[in-house]
Write a protein that binds this ligand. Structure first.
Ligand code: 6GU
Length: 236
């Protein structure tokens, strides 16, 4: 999968060189490119923002640098049908289901806005030519799309074939079937007076599986009852 990010702070994406994503790059699973939006500005001050039309507080990102940069990224990558994602608190909320869908794409382009947002005509223009999605990572406000893009990129890239050593660790994790994860333990059996639940030391795989499922349902009911409504059939 090819992933591009456009930002006025490209160094936010430096962290993608480490850990899981760095490994994925090295193994050719992900081809990541970051672009400085200011490289597409036309004046000597590399201006990418201006006062909002109609007045009001803050600044708005100008359309033309975005147009120049997105056209360039799309032309250079040569992918006919990229999906362009604009991280935005006004977007559809990102979740594991969306991560799985996005992991099937050939190319994702993340357009990271700052200030009070991007000129609406950028969305309108690219939505008329390509597939465009506004995506939020939750009901709170960040200063820009960079951190939101990083969260989405990590969630998506770890689902790509060949990324996780043991694919079973993807099956048993939180949100995979609408339930949260069961609690995990490792040796020693007793630590500061806290014991590993007996059933996990019993060697009875059926009982262990039953206990883990009960724990997942209990945990979900306690902290995320909203998830149970959609997971009801699986929770039993
Ligand atoms: Cl995607 N962007 C910004 N700026 N704030 C957010 C967000 C995105 N998702 C939640 N808050």
């Amino acid at each position: 999968m090819r992933i591009d990010a456009v930002s006025i702070f490209p160094s936010y994406f430096d962290v993608l060189g480490i850990s899981l994503l760095g490994k994925a790059q090295g193994r050719g699973i992900v081809d990541f490119h970051v672009h400085d939006l200011r490289d597409a500005a036309t004046d000597k001050h590399r201006t990418v923002d201006d006062k909002p039309a109609g007045g009001g507080a803050g600044m708005v990102m100008k359309a033309e640098p975005w147009g120049v940069m997105l056209d360039r990224v799309i032309a250079d990558s040569g992918v006919a049908d990229p999906l362009i994602i604009f991280p935005s608190p006004a977007g559809e909320v990102f979740n594991q289901r969306m991560a799985k869908e996005l992991a099937k794409e050939q190319q994702l382009i993340f357009g990271c806005g700052r200030y009070e947002g991007i000129d609406q005509r950028v969305f309108d223009e690219y939505a008329s030519r390509y597939r465009v999605k506004l995506v939020s990572i939750g009901d709170y406000v960040l200063n820009g799309g960079e951190v939101a893009s990083l969260a989405m990129i990590e969630a998506i890239a770890r689902l790509l074939p060949g990324m996780v050593g043991n694919p079973e660790s993807l099956v048993e994790e939180s949100h995979e079937d609408g339930l949260l994860e069961y609690p995990s333990y490792t040796a020693p059996a007793s630590w500061r007076g806290h014991e590993i639940p007996q059933v996990l030391l019993s060697g009875n795989h059926k009982l262990v599986a039953e206990w883990r499922h009960q724990q997942r349902v209990k945990r979900t009911r306690e902290v995320r009852p909203d998830l149970l409504e959609t997971a009801e059939d699986k929770a039993g």
